[in-house]
Ligand binder design. Sequence first.
Ligand code: SF4
Length: 254
Amino acid sequence: MGRTRRARRMNGELALLHPDAHCELDFRTPLELTVATILSAQTTDRLVNSVTPTLFAKYPTAADYAAADPAEMEGLLKPTGFFRAKSKSVIGLGQALVERYGGEVPGKLADLVTLPGIGRKTANVVLGNAFGVPGISVDTHFQRLVRRWAWTVESNPVKIEHAVGPLIPRKEWTILSHRVIFHGRRVCHARKPACGACALATWCPSYGDGPLDFDVAAKLVKGPDAAARARAAALGLPVRSAEEMVALARDDSA
Ligand code: SF4
């Protein structure tokens, strides 16, 4: 099966497996999502969500961030880690938005990446989830999984984004990012992927990198795992031997 067809099949299976995939950061406006995404570096979305209600109430506009007292901001952001750098970024963000964009978050990638604390990943999160502009967000889960799936051999996030984009319809890019991240968090872990309970096994060249026994693998599945278990059981996994998957991967890359 060709790479594009295989990637589209896998995206369809991910949709069944993670119907609840979504942006896990709480926000109501593009500014709130931009700030929350900056804060999410090196920490969990849950931790960010525990801090942002107070933060958003205290600083409702870009001008409020621009005028914020750094020490006060650092105190509020402390639980998220790297609080000095994050404080500098969100205050700088507020100042740049006021000076250059009338206090509004711009809806274009080229503008977003010029703002303090915003790289391509953050910009794509903001575009996809606050503006409805399709974007692929390449985080560590996304990097690991698309390489395991041989969707690309690239390791640079921008090159990964450009390699994966043509495989999947553009309108699916944002939700694809969420589905892949959910699969990375719940099933395809960095150290021990739950291959024996993974509904993507049929199409995955790395099937066999983790335990193949269903009972062992099912214990590795995190989150509300009923869907994953049921799906795996319905498919009668393992559906292929590790040797067959390696042979399929060779055929695919030939
Ligand atoms: S089969 Fe294994 S390596 Fe492949 S996606 Fe599933 S858990 Fe990850």
